[in-house]
Design a protein around this ligand. Structure first.
Ligand SMILES: Cc1cc2nc3c(=O)[nH]c(=O)nc-3n(C[C@H](O)[C@H](O)[C@H](O)COP(=O)(O)OP(=O)(O)OC[C@H]3O[C@@H](n4cnc5c(N)ncnc54)[C@H](O)[C@@H]3O)c2cc1C
Length: 411
């Protein structure tokens, strides 16, 4: 039995591994000149493979899709991910936040070892093969440097990724191909993304690139559910991005879509109480500048003081009560999400009602889907890669099971 895997990201590679271990002849196709480019990029900032929190908390990170993903992630969850890395000779460790990383934090050694093992197991790689859909005979169509290739296989796993960082290969060109076959697809949206804030030129010039460390943030969902988190983020030329912003980005994105603007409330001194701040800031400042007074009395300086000046009027800044209130709850107006091209991941994709429980497209017998191209989202923390690997595993098992049941046409 011949299975084609299209897309050589973590989801497709895991589907290939599962299929080849199950005895299939596996051909893996990717549009790019090499596979796993986004996986390699993910290793640049420290590859966060998975998370050590208890299963219920872990699954809750998939929000409205947790029920759909639960059986899949239970079959191949955080322990399986660690075991898989271990078998590839890569040890992992649990960081202080509970996140799990390879000991060297990198993805390149892991990918190299994985590709070696896959090749040894018999997986054939075909790079520079851009999938274009099917021809009238149900053959897969690929554009290659040598021209169009048509291939007939017994089953297919599509693992074509979402739409972020399209220059790494995932450009979402699969959407019209599948929609033409009446596969239901929810439009892609940025997830784990930055936001635009209308900074003044003065603030942008002075603070773009600066990290804002140890802040509390409060965001509201469209249903007015309050999310409170603590962390850090970065000021950019156009707004804000990074850590804690990504964690609340799904809620903020949905509020912007519904209302045109979202407010992110910042607590610039999360370890101090407002009463104490009022008392301290009300002390006479003598000949000291306001900046020195703010730093000495409230521990607020640099970019944090800049944010206060950016949002408050001169009168508010000079009034200890209003200044203290703003330090604890500074409203930042977010006017737009950054484009999908810049996002860490995407929300939307093939809807689960278009798939059966083994991830086969209901409208395309013998064709399975896996990874970020499916309609789920999750914050950063290793949840993305875990779900990609788990759905890749499930799609590989699904294709094997389907073929072993005796169905052998992909269209
Ligand atoms: C900067 C950054 C950092 C990240 N860090 C982390 C992290 O630390 N932890 C974490 O869990 N997640 C992280 N992620 C997210 C994670 O990398 C992705 O969720 C994951 O790579 C998605 O896997 P996938 O296999 O579904 O798709 P992809 O990795 O996007 O792979 C899809 C593949 O399909 C190929 N393809 C697409 N269309 C076609 C076509 N028509 N024909 C042939 N081939 C095609 C592409 O070339 C690509 O190789 C990060 C993402 C980014 C951008």
């Amino acid at each position: 039995m011949k299975i084609a895997i299209i897309g050589g990201g973590p989801a497709g590679l895991m589907a290939a591994e599962t299929a080849v271990q199950g005895g299939a002849q596996v051909e893996l196709y990717d549009a790019m000149a090499s596979v796993g480019r986004k996986f390699l990029l993910a290793g640049k900032g420290g590859l966060n493979l998975t998370h050590s929190e208890p299963p219920e908390a872990f699954l809750a990170r998939y929000g409205p899709r947790q029920n759909k993903l639960a059986p899949i992630v239970r079959s191949f969850g955080p322990d399986a991910v660690r075991e898989w890395a271990q078998q590839l000779g890569v040890t992992t460790f649990v960081g202080t936040s509970g996140r799990i990383f390879p000991t060297d934090l990198k993805s390149a050694p892991l990918l190299r070892a994985w590709l070696r093992r896959l090749r040894k197991a018999g997986v054939q790689f075909h790079v520079r093969h851009r999938w274009r859909g099917w021809d009238g005979q149900g053959q897969l169509q690929f554009s290659t440097p040598q021209g169009t290739r048509s291939i007939l296989v017994d089953a297919v796993v599509l693992a074509l990724g979402g739409g972020s960082w399209p220059k790494l290969g995932s450009d979402a060109a699969w959407i019209p191909i599948l929609e033409e076959r009446r596969v239901p697809v929810k439009p892609l949206q940025p997830a784990n993304c930055g936001f635009d804030v209308k900074w003044t030129d003065h603030f942008r010039t002075k603070f773009a690139g600066h990290p804002v460390k140890s802040v509390g943030v409060v965001a509201k969902t469209v249903d007015d559910i309050v999310i409170r988190l603590r962390g850090e983020f970065i000021i950019t030329d156009t707004g804000v991005e990074g850590g804690v912003i990504y964690s609340v980005s799904a809620a903020l994105r949905d509020v912007i879509a519904a209302k045109g603007v979202a407010t992110l409330q910042l607590d610039l001194a999360p370890d101090r109480e407002v009463k104490r701040l009022i008392k301290d800031l009300s002390q006479p400042r003598g000949k000291r500048t306001m900046a020195t007074h703010l730093e000495r009395r409230a521990g607020v300086a640099g970019v944090k003081a800049g944010l206060l000046r950016e949002v408050l009027s001169k009168e508010e800044f000079a009034d200890p009560v209003r200044l203290a209130a703003a330090i604890k709850a500074l409203p930042l107006r977010l006017v737009a999400t950054r484009p999908i091209e810049e996002a860490i991941s995407t929300a939307g994709g093939v809807k689960f009602e278009g798939l059966d429980e083994r991830l086969m497209f209901r409208r395309l017998p013998g064709v399975f889907g896996a990874g970020e191209m499916l309609d789920w989202e999750a914050p950063t923390g290793g949840y993305l890669l875990t779900a990609c690997l788990a759905t890749g595993h499930a799609a590989g098992v699904g294709a094997l099971t389907w073929l072993n049941e005796g169905r052998n046409t992909s269209q």
